[in-house]
Design a protein. Structure first.
Length: 267
């Protein structure tokens, strides 16, 4: 899993397109004189909150995406546009971690690159945005320690978690990936199938995402299409699905959706 001491560093080198304390205090920066002590304090608070939320999201997503149980380190580079929507992702070696403990692992980097596109990150606070820039680049150092020390109970729980993630990915690709998505939210899906796995009933709703509530919209076309496609799902193709031979089987899922997640783009 992600090392708990991992930091998502923010400075002029690791967060390009944003204002940092260094930029704010730079006498050559025209905006420096306009920042009051209260504004600088607000920057620090906003940055700390953004860091904590972003690290939590990436740590959870990375743990789920590491299906091959790899370990090592790398830097995840995320490019955001002026609306804090993901427009680019790539990886690079991390030179700060002890290479004897967390060596650079390109295979790990490749496996976890997808979390850049699938995660819902918090919006970059206005106090951190440099008005001269139209994009923000985030460098997130990632260190993963070996998972071979997990207890049998933890390994069993991890297997269930990975299966749940695989099912969520399957449903997203079947129901959302080919559709134009213009908002951020969570779809709640209830699917009922018969003893052969054929879908008999679908119910769904769209709700705001806790990290980006202002960017949600009640999209009737998206919801209607979701329910329509759901009725034609082949649940037997979903990882880990086993129909109830004695009667109905229910599947309940909550699926995040964003404009950048559609198609599961890769750089």
């Amino acid at each position: 899993m992600f090392k708990r001491a991992i930091t998502l560093a923010f400075c002029s080198l690791l967060l390009a397109g944003c204002q940092s304390d260094g930029i704010a205090d730079d006498p050559l920066n025209p905006s420096a004189a306009t920042l009051t002590p209260a504004q600088k304090k607000q920057q620090v608070q906003d940055r700390a909150t953004f860091e904590a939320l972003t690290i939590n999201v990436l740590r959870s997503a990375g743990y789920r995406a590491n299906t091959n149980d790899l370990d090592g380190s790398f830097n995840l580079l995320i490019k955001l546009d002026e609306k804090s929507q993901v427009i680019g992702c790539e990886t690079q070696p991390n030179k700060q971690f002890d290479r004897k403990i967390y060596p650079y692992n390109p295979h790990l980097a490749n496996d976890l690159l997808s979390i850049c596109w699938t995660s819902v990150l918090p919006r970059v606070p206005l106090s951190l945005i440099d008005p001269k820039e139209t994009t923000t680049d985030i460098v997130a150092p990632v260190a993963v320690f070996p998972l071979n020390g997990l207890s049998p109970q933890d390994r069993s729980a991890r297997a269930l978690m990975l299966q749940d993630q695989a099912q969520n990915d399957f449903l997203f690709k079947q129901l959302f990936a080919a559709q134009p998505i213009e908002s951020i939210g969570i779809a709640t899906l209830l699917v009922m199938s018969d003893s052969s796995g054929h879908v008999k009933e679908c119910a769904a709703s769209l709700d705001p995402h806790v990290l980006r509530p202002s960017e949600f919209k009640q999209d009737d076309a998206l919801l209607g299409g979701l329910i329509s496609r759901c009725k034609h799902l082949d649940l037997n193709a979903m990882p880990g699905f086993t129909p109830n031979a004695q009667g109905m089987t229910s599947v309940f899922k909550r699926i995040e959706y964003t404009p950048w997640k559609a198609g599961l783009k890769r750089s």
